[in-house]
Design a protein around this ligand. Structure first.
Ligand code: NI
Length: 255
């Protein structure tokens, strides 16, 4: 029984066969899916999916790419959505200095605002950090976000950075790139992070693991991430599936 801690099944890439993709995930053993929003529309869609499928859960928030579109009114709407029963986190939020689709000062401003919202609602956060390691860590500390829960989604930093996050109480989620040929750095991260702090994810429709690399990703493929972690940690597939699901259920406060 697997928990995919990060999938964008609301993406238009699934418009032709969304129900079949979701059914395929469930039938292949994925018994929980967290679907975070990325902008206002996708946050609405994430909540709709979670209200349609018992085993799906939503997070609401604005991705750093869309920080420039955020304003106080939209933040208020996000806050109202966050109170819905199937919404379990604020996300995905963070900083992206790779693409810089929004100016950095606006990214930082709205990242802080959304972290403050999560604190106010006593909800955990799902963090996107692309080439912004120092600022993300600094802001999370300044906003005391570790008190209410920090999950580093699709972790791509060093083992040393992962160690620092674990020390602060954060969780680390591993995605498909751990299965790639050049994954030495990420393998070190998996070796470093204790099992009770790891989660697994697909980030569907992106980051498709080997052996499906290059194709659209879907939640059923989270098993390849679990298999790779089992290999790295010297555990069975079942042990990895069980522990990562346990971690995610605890983190997102799911029965
Ligand atoms: Ni994502």
């Amino acid at each position: 029984m697997l928990f995919d801690s990060h999938a964008h099944l609301d993406s238009s890439k699934f418009n032709q066969d969304r129900d079949a993709v979701i059914k395929r995930a469930y039938d292949s053993g994925v018994k929980w899916i967290m679907n975070p929003g990325a902008d206002y529309e996708s946050s609405i869609d994430a909540v709709k999916l979670a209200e349609t499928y018992d085993f799906m859960y939503a997070a609401v928030g604005i991705h750093p790419h869309d920080a420039k579109s955020l304003d106080d009114m939209m933040l208020g709407l996000i806050k109202a959505m966050a109170r819905k029963r199937k919404v379990k986190a604020i996300g995905e939020i963070g900083l992206d200095y790779h693409y810089d689709f929004s100016p950095r000062d606006e990214q930082v401003y709205w990242f802080r605002k959304q972290l403050q919202l999560a604190k106010e609602l006593r909800m955990p956060v799902i963090i996107h950090d692309r080439e912004a390691n120092n600022d993300v860590m600094k802001i999370l500390k300044e906003e005391n976000s570790f008190e209410t829960g920090v999950l580093m989604h699709c972790f791509s930093g060093s083992a040393e950075l992962a160690r620092q996050y674990v020390k602060l109480g954060a969780y680390i989620s591993i995605a498909g790139p751990v299965t790639f040929k050049n994954s030495r750095k990420l393998i070190e991260v998996v070796e470093t992070v204790p099992m009770d702090r790891l989660m697994i994810e697909t980030d569907s429709p992106y980051l498709t693991p080997t052996p499906f690399r290059g194709k659209r990703n879907e939640s059923a493929h989270v098993r390849y991430v679990a298999e790779k972690i089992a290999e790295i940690k010297g555990l069975t597939f079942e042990e990895v599936a069980e522990q990562t699901a346990k971690n995610a259920k605890k983190y997102f406060n799911i029965e």
